[in-house]
Design a protein around this ligand. Structure first.
Ligand SMILES: Nc1ncnc2c1ncn2[C@@H]1O[C@H](COP(=O)(O)OP(=O)(O)OP(=O)(O)O)[C@@H](O)[C@H]1O
Length: 383
């Protein structure tokens, strides 16, 4: 049912989330009743440039954008996940699904995906993992067996880096070694026709003992977080300088119906889309290189969506590692969700407008009906 709904609405969706004001913003939130620079309804965002007013009809100071769903600063992690969970379900149903978290540095990309702790502040990734484990348990009653593997990687300065060597089936999950340089990896088309990263470790998760499986997943999520390259910039003390991709590979087998489903869920925490002058990144040669690489790959992502939106004869997937790797989810086979994160501050209005224009471009894209990765041969439940 959820997939029928999804198909009707198209396979690219755009959600926008504005975070609350934070003490580090150096800006006082507007008093109740006063106009904020960024205002949200359930499906629209209005941005008022500093000095403008929302009623200035001819002046063009206020700009509104409409999306599939907009989350105001008061929206909690649970509110966001409620809208996202159908995508997680799609991966269980055998679709290739990609969820991007996009936005300027410090806008809440990592908060939206990871959140904090194990309670109500936990983000999409831990909630997705829990949903998968719960669904797999329920599906077992209907004689479906699921295998789950996890991989994580980052794309830093246009190089793909992964989490080390593939462990043997009997070996415990590896510990991330502090300071160990992650291996550089290459992207290629795999035997099943999908894009994959050569040599990237895929960690099998115990689906029989779900308590153990959950613990393994927690270790893997923590490892993925630790391996991210971060550098302090003036805009966010933990600014992420790489795109990080946490992937859940699902294989569901029903002996009864002789069906195998292969779903994929990529959770992509994009690097911050900051301007050089504002972040202070231009003062350091390494950070300048990083920022240029980030901006280039984000503009390649925008180019891909522009080509898809205009139904151009060529889509430039190969122009960046990110789009090359994720092309299956963006090419009509899969489903994509773009979560665009915004800062509420007046000082960030230029970046906010850039993010919203990008979001508007993505929302024009119609990928068509996604393809379920299903085969009908009898298969044993082991790989
Ligand atoms: N909805 C929210 N509620 C409360 N705090 C939030 C929210 N969104 C973001 N924050 C806080 O804002 C700060 C910046 O968020 P976060 O690190 O997620 O930004 P980011 O977009 O991932 O930045 P970068 O690109 O630099 O990694 C963090 O301290 C985070 O805890």
């Amino acid at each position: 049912m959820h997939n029928q709904l999804q198909d009707l609405r198209g396979s690219v969706r755009v959600f926008v989330r504005t975070r609350p004001f934070l003490p580090g913003d150096n800006e006082t939130p507007p008093p109740p009743g006063a106009h904020a620079a960024v205002r949200c309804s359930s499906d629209a965002v209005t941005v008022v440039a500093p000095g403008g007013s929302s009623s200035s009809g001819g002046g063009g100071a206020a700009q509104s954008f409409v999306f599939d769903r907009v989350f105001a600063p008061s929206a909690g992690q649970e509110d966001v996940f409620r809208e996202v969970s159908e995508f997680v379900q799609s991966a269980l149903d055998g679709y290739k699904v990609c969820l991007f978290s996009y936005g300027q540095t410090g806008s809440g990309k990592t908060w939206t995906l990871q959140g904090s702790g194990r309670g109500s502040l936990r983000g999409i990734t831990p909630r997705a993992v829990e949903q998968i484990l719960l669904s797999v348990r329920a599906l077992r009653e209907r004689h479906w067996h699921y295998d789950l593997e996890v991989s994580f990687m980052e794309i830093y300065n246009e190089q793909v880096r992964g989490g080390g060597h593939r462990p043997s089936a009997a070996a415990p999950l590896p510990r991330a070694r502090a300071g160990a340089a992650p291996a550089k990896l290459s992207i290629k088309r795999g035997a099943d026709g999908g894009m994959e990263v050569a040599g990237l470790s895929r960690h099998a998760v115990d689906m029989e003992d779900q308590e153990r499986g959950l613990r393994q997943l927690e270790v893997l999520m923590a490892m993925a977080q630790r391996t991210r390259s971060t550098a302090r910039t003036e805009m966010n003390a933990q600014s992420s300088r790489s795109h990080s991709i946490f992937t859940l590979w699902l294989k569901g087998t029903s002996q009864e119906t002789r069906t195998t489903l292969r779903g994929v869920l990529h959770l992509v925490d994009l690097a911050g889309s900051e301007r050089l002058d504002r972040s202070g990144a231009a003062r350091d040669a390494q950070q300048l290189r990083e920022t240029q690489a980030i901006n280039k790959s984000l503009s390649c992502l925008a180019d891909v969506f522009a080509a898809l939106g205009s139904k151009a004869s060529h889509t430039p997937f190969r122009n960046s590692k990110l789009t090359y790797l994720l092309q299956d989810c963006l090419s009509g086979e899969g489903k994509a969700l773009m979560m665009v994160n915004l800062s509420p501050t007046a000082a960030s209005v230029p970046e906010t407008l850039c993010s919203l224009r990008f979001a508007g471009q993505v929302s024009q894209v119609e990928l068509g009906k996604a393809t379920r990765q299903v085969s009908f041969r009898a298969q044993s439940s082991t790989k």
